[in-house]
Write a protein that binds this ligand. Structure first.
Ligand code: EPZ
Length: 420
């Protein structure tokens, strides 16, 4: 386990500019999709993240050649030699389950261990399996292992019981190799799915509708290598906006686009923050104390993103008034609450609801990053707090944030990373 710590001296306003990295939740399914292309694909704007490193290990295990040239990843999947994902790599990244659809499309079969629960609670994949089975996939699920074959797969219409991001991506990928028209109804509408569609179309797939609730794939065509640019990470953009909102300042968040985080921007404006589109990004001006009074309900896109719930909560803690958060997507996504309370926040939780009563100030202290976005929330809180904070379990933060210390230092924060 990583024993490094982030040491943050709070109370400093943020200024200047901060550039948003490529989106983790785009690049991962796009990397999976490259195994369907015979030849060398190029993915631009790839962030340096531990989840990306895990996906590279999976690609190399499958027999793909992967090289990195700066922020471009070259993946040559001409000669795949395996169709399984080793247990250790599945444990490292449970969201690897969307390799299932890509490997089925590329190899006709796939084996992987059941992606168990994680910090966010159980991570079931029943929607993935039901949809693929409705399309004729033979998936045996026993002893914690999945053994799948696409031999009997056929085109058709599947209705997702819930607009699951991963299940939508898995069916999109698998359906590319199935002759005929496959339709996904109640598909997830997240922008990352539009980015995946962009890559698939560049590779020759006949697919449209990503970003809407109905995605259609005319499958059966072999895919050729393609090039795509990973979209900016909208949750990282939300993180930097919430950091400046809470700490105060005048910051240009470069490559942030309001359309992909419209609900987060609306909440920040209602909390008293000024946001303007500027120079290909968003400029935020804040005096640091946010105004509460809202009920924030996480929803599938385009509703308020669950990944920004902890981050906005942290920004609302040192504010005025009461803000209520309702987490409707994951079963266990309030693990940041106890750590924020250690810093002096007033938060009460009951089931899926957390009630935040703004306090005059947070106080820096030692806190644990319990999951990726909880860790980001603690960084937001520490930047706004009085005094020094020490954040550990940075392995969680390293999964989704590239170069955080340098970026925040350049924006005026007092932050460093030490080996414990
Ligand atoms: C993706 O996870 C993201 N991860 C998550 O981001 C994000 O929070 C989530 O979508 C929701 O937007 C990646 O893209 C790599 P879901 P995913 O399937 O696909 C339940 C982050 O912080 N469900 O939309 O796993 C599930 O338990 C991560 O970057 C089933 O019940 O999310 C959850 O409660 C965290 N059965 C809800 O649906 C299934 O078969 C949403 O899950 C699948 C999901």
């Amino acid at each position: 386990m990583n024993t490094d710590r982030l040491i943050i001296e709070g109370g400093r306003r943020l200024g200047g500019r901060i550039r948003v990295q490529g989106a983790k939740n785009s690049v991962l399914p796009i990397m999976a999709a490259t195994v369907m292309c015979r030849g060398e694909s190029r993915i631009d704007n790839v962030p340096e993240l531990s989840d990306v490193a895990t996906a590279i290990s999976i690609l190399r295990h499958l027999g793909a050649k992967v090289t990195r040239e700066g922020s471009t990843l070259l993946v040559d999947a001409s000669c795949l030699s395996a169709w399984d994902i080793p247990d250790g790599l599945m444990r490292e990244m449970r969201s690897s389950v969307f390799f299932l659809g890509a490997i089925l499309a590329a190899c006709g079969k796939c084996e992987m261990s059941y992606p168990g629960g994680c910090e966010l609670g159980p991570r079931p994949i029943d929607l993935h399996l039901a949809a693929l089975r409705e399309l004729g996939a033979d998936i045996v699920d026993e002893g914690g292992r999945l053994t799948a074959s696409s031999e009997g797969m056929h085109a058709g219409t599947v209705h997702l019981a819930f607009p699951s991001v991963g299940a939508t991506e898995n069916v999109m990928l698998a359906a590319c190799a199935v002759p005929g028209l496959t339709r996904i109804c109640n598909a997830a509408r997240e922008p990352e799915i539009v980015n995946l569609q962009e890559f698939l179309r560049a590779a020759g797939a006949r697919i449209h509708g990503a970003g809407t609730s109905v995605i259609e794939i005319e499958g059966g065509r072999s895919l050729h290598p393609a090039r795509v640019r990973v979209m900016p990470d909208r949750i990282v953009a939300a993180t930097w906006l919430c950091a400046a909102a809470a700490a105060g300042g005048d910051l240009l968040v470069e490559e942030a686009t309001e359309d992909t985080i419209a609900t987060v921007c609306a909440s920040l404006r209602r909390a008293g923050v000024r946001l303007e589109a500027e120079a290909g990004g968003i400029r935020i001006r804040s005096e640091g104390r946010l105004r509460g009074g809202e009920v924030i309900r996480t929803q599938p896109y385009p509703g308020f993103p669950t990944d920004a719930q902890a981050i906005l909560m942290a920004a609302m803690c040192p504010g005025d008034g009461v803000t209520i958060f309702v987490e409707n997507i994951f079963d266990s996504r309030f693990r940041h609450v106890s750590e924020l309370v250690r810093m002096g926040a007033h938060i009460r939780t009951e089931g899926r609801t957390a009630v935040v009563c703004g306090v005059r100030r947070l106080c820096g202290c030692e806190v644990c990053a319990c999951d990726l976005r909880a860790g980001a929330a603690l960084v937001v809180a520490a930047l706004a707090a009085e005094g020094k904070s020490s954040i550990f379990r940075l392995d969680h933060i390293d999964r989704g944030y590239e170069n955080m210390v340098q970026l925040l230092s350049d924006a005026g924060a007092s932050i460093c990373r030490t080996r414990a």
